[in-house]
Write a protein that binds this ligand. Structure first.
Ligand code: S3P
Length: 169
């Protein structure tokens, strides 16, 4: 599992890592969109953040029991107590990707597709970082720095960390 704020590279790195490990890759935002038949933004607009979080927690619970591969979780997924508990019992390594706010701001750009960042991406990222840091740390098995590192390099770092944890797919 990959967790971290928007812009830490969970999706890009996760795809690469899955390629290295020769396992499938999934992203909880994609799973939510497939199930709902609507975009994340459309779900936020019609059902609010609470509606999105419910759908997100459900697809993650299903993926944790049925999906064998690299799963990237949406940045706010760990806000749900149910998801933090499910991660803890899954036994799978939970890798927290981190980066400086300035790096995240560049990566998310104008954040059109991320409803929680619309308007003031940097200010909103700072608020999310402060509120979520303890939650991320409470579920993370390992923390990987992504500042000034390519997705290829980060995927290699995660792979090495998984080996150190004696975890292989
Ligand atoms: C969110 C992050 C997004 C997406 C949604 C909410 C968040 O995923 O789930 O816009 O609360 O941080 P990414 O972390 O993949 O951008």
């Amino acid at each position: 599992m990959l967790i971290g704020l928007p812009g830490t590279g969970k999706t890009t790195t996760g795809r690469r890592l899955a390629g290295r490990l020769r396992v499938p890759f999934a992203d909880s935002d994609d799973l939510v969109e497939q199930r709902a038949g609507r975009s994340v933004r459309a779900i936020f607009e019609r059902d609010g953040e609470a509606g999105f979080r419910d759908a997100e927690a459900e697809v993650i619970a299903a993926a944790l029991s049925a999906f064998d591969g690299v799963l990237a979780l949406g940045g706010g997924a760990i806000v749900a107590e149910q998801t933090r508990a499910a991660l803890a019992v899954s036994g799978a390594p939970v890798v927290l990707l981190r980066a400086e706010l300035s790096t995240l701001a560049v990566r998310v750009g104008r954040a059109q597709d991320r409803p929680l960042l619309t308007g003031d991406p940097v200010g909103r990222l700072a608020g999310l970082a402060a509120a979520r840091q303890p939650l991320y740390e409470s579920v993370a098995t390992a923390v990987i720095d992504t500042d000034r590192r390519s997705a290829k390099r980060v995927a290699a770092d995660i792979d090495a960390t998984l080996i150190a944890l004696a975890w292989r797919p």
